[in-house]
Design a protein around this ligand. Structure first.
Ligand code: SF4
Length: 209
C-alpha cells in the first residue's frame, strides 16, 4: 500500500465513511496492529505528529464534510479513540449540531479503564454517539493477553463491563474480531450472542476495517 499524502491526516475517508484519527496512543499493543507495519491506509498518512485539539478536528472536518453524503463519521485511526473522551464528545456535539451524521466509535473496549470515575457509555450517548464497535479479538483472557498485549491487568473482563454499560446507555453495539489464527471466531460469535450484541468478523487485510 502506498501512502501518498505526506502530512498526517486527522480526517480521512474510505468509500462513504469519514474517519477521524484523533490519537496514535493505545492501551493495547496488538501484534497485528497495522500501525506497527504501515504509515497509513489508502494514501493517507495516519502517523500524527501531535494530537489535534477538538477545534482542529472540527476545522479539518469542515473542509470535507460537505463533499458527499457520508454514511457515518467514525472515530477510528492509528490509536484508541477513548484515550480522548472529551475530544470525542466535543467533536460529536459539533457534527450532530450541524450535520446530523451517524457517529460510531471503534474502540478496544478499555473505556472504563481509561476514564476511571466517568460513566463513559452514558457520556457518549448523551453526546449523541450512535454506535460503538468493540474489538474483542479473543475468546478468553489468555488469548487476549497474548494477542492484544494490554497495558491494563484484567482488561479482557473490563471490556464486558464496557459492553454492558453501552447496552444500558442505549448505544448500538457490536463485538468484532480480526480473523487471525489465534482467534476462535465461532466462540467469540457465541459470546456476542450470549451478551445479545451484534457480531462482525474483520478480515485481516492491509486495509482499515
Ligand atoms: S487496539 Fe487497535 S490501535 Fe490499539 S494496538 Fe490494537 S489494533 Fe492497534
Amino acid at each position: 500500500m502506498t501512502v501518498l499524502r505526506k502530512s498526517p491526516s486527522v480526517v480521512y475517508w474510505l468509500g462513504d465513511k469519514l474517519y477521524l484519527n484523533i490519537t496514535n496512543r493505545c492501551s493495547n499493543d496488538c501484534y497485528f496492529c497495522l500501525r506497527r507495519f504501515k504509515d497509513g491506509v489508502r494514501g493517507f498518512n495516519l502517523k500524527l505528529r501531535g494530537e489535534p485539539s477538538s477545534k482542529e478536528v472540527v476545522a479539518e472536518l469542515q473542509k470535507v464534510i460537505w463533499r458527499k453524503r457520508w454514511k457515518e463519521v467514525v472515530f477510528c485511526g492509528f490509536g484508541e479513540p477513548l484515550m480522548r473522551l472529551d475530544c470525542i464528545l466535543e467533536v460529536t456535539g459539533w457534527v450532530k449540531r450541524f450535520h446530523e451524521k451517524v457517529i460510531r466509535v471503534d474502540t478496544n473496549g478499555h473505556g472504563c479503564l481509561l476514564n476511571e470515575g466517568r460513566d463513559v457509555a452514558r457520556e457518549l450517548r448523551e453526546a449523541r454517539v450512535d454506535r460503538v464497535s468493540v474489538s474483542l479479538n479473543a475468546q478468553d483472557e489468555g488469548t487476549y493477553n497474548r494477542v492484544c498485549r494490554p497495558k491494563f491487568q484484567g482488561a479482557f473482563e473490563k471490556i464486558f463491563e464496557f459492553v454492558e454499560k453501552a447496552k444500558e446507555a442505549g448505544l448500538e453495539i457490536e463485538i468484532t474480531v480480526v480473523r487471525i489464527p489465534e482467534v476462535d471466531v465461532r466462540e467469540v460469535r457465541e459470546i456476542a450472542k450470549r451478551r445479545e450484541v451484534e457480531f462482525r468478523v474483520r478480515e485481516y487485510l492491509p486495509c482499515i476495517w
